[in-house]
Design a protein around this ligand. Sequence first.
Ligand code: ADP
Ligand code: MG
Length: 324
Amino acid sequence: MKISELGEFGFIDAIKEDTLFNPDPVVIGIGDDGAVYKTSAGMEQVAVIDTMVENSHFIIHRTGDWYDVGYKAVASNLSDIAAMGGVPTHIVLSTAIAPDMEVDGLVSLYDGIKDICRSYHVNILGGDTVTSKEGMVITVAAFGEIEEGKAIRRSGARPGDIVAVSHTIGNSSGGLAVLLQNHDGYSQLKRAHRFPVPQVELGRLLVKYNCHSLNDISDGLASESNEIAKASDVRLVLKKEAIPVSDELKAWARESKTNVWKYVFNGGEDYELIFTMEPADFHALQAEYSDVTQIGVVRSGSGDVLLVDGDSESILAPTGWTHF
Ligand code: ADP
Ligand code: MG
């Protein structure tokens, strides 16, 4: 069946069950003009929003299925909340749907949305449903909470801090290349592209261990490290050989005769975290969460990134994924 046969209200009826995964703070959920929820004493609210456009952010059944689109549309938002040190609590979303879209695809899209919301105990509080002449546009806004005064900005990096990242960098854009070439294998890379993991748990530990500056890596390491350098008015000195890269990404770069660093620096959608903090705090963090790697240090400066590669040094330009 196509969405045009089911209609807007039929569609809302079909997806409105199973949307509250932390019902306590919810006063009014889907079904009224607006949703109403309680906030927690002593907490500030974090709001973020992200849009995904068919054939710009994803090519359906090529870079992923509808389930993945729903999952990722939420994941990118939860990642932004993690990158402030917050705990995500609710989402609202807008779906612009082509009239010939199959209802099965929409059910899959919502399965992806609901599965990630369930695993992060995030409520789906409402949304908007409109038609699109061509392709799907999905916009998700997410809300979260952070202890008063504790939100971690990009602008807090200080000379003497270490620079670190979580897990490995570049897998998602490597996975995108593998998917676009319809290549077998490389399941870790494909998975990183289709189902990125918002680093909420690590974001919370970064609050606990007095992290000075924090950014999620949505547009590649070059762009995100420059954002911290600029916002903090410092120089980040990164050591190329220290940057954690997965064996699978190295293998893919070898097989495809592409430069592995292109994925690391200029790829996107890893949704790992890059952060700076005092060395002693970093060591305390590592004792609790081992999968973080120091990749550099913060020096005084005026908003750039120096990349050290063996004996050579160069300024790392902020070239990553950008629209337009
Ligand atoms: P209104 O006309 O008052 O804006 P709607 O008729 O658009 O309300 O929506 C009815 C209810 O369904 C609202 O609670 C709204 O938040 C919810 N809703 C509409 N579209 C979606 C969607 N795509 N996903 C989740 N909830 C939705
Ligand atoms: Mg209304």
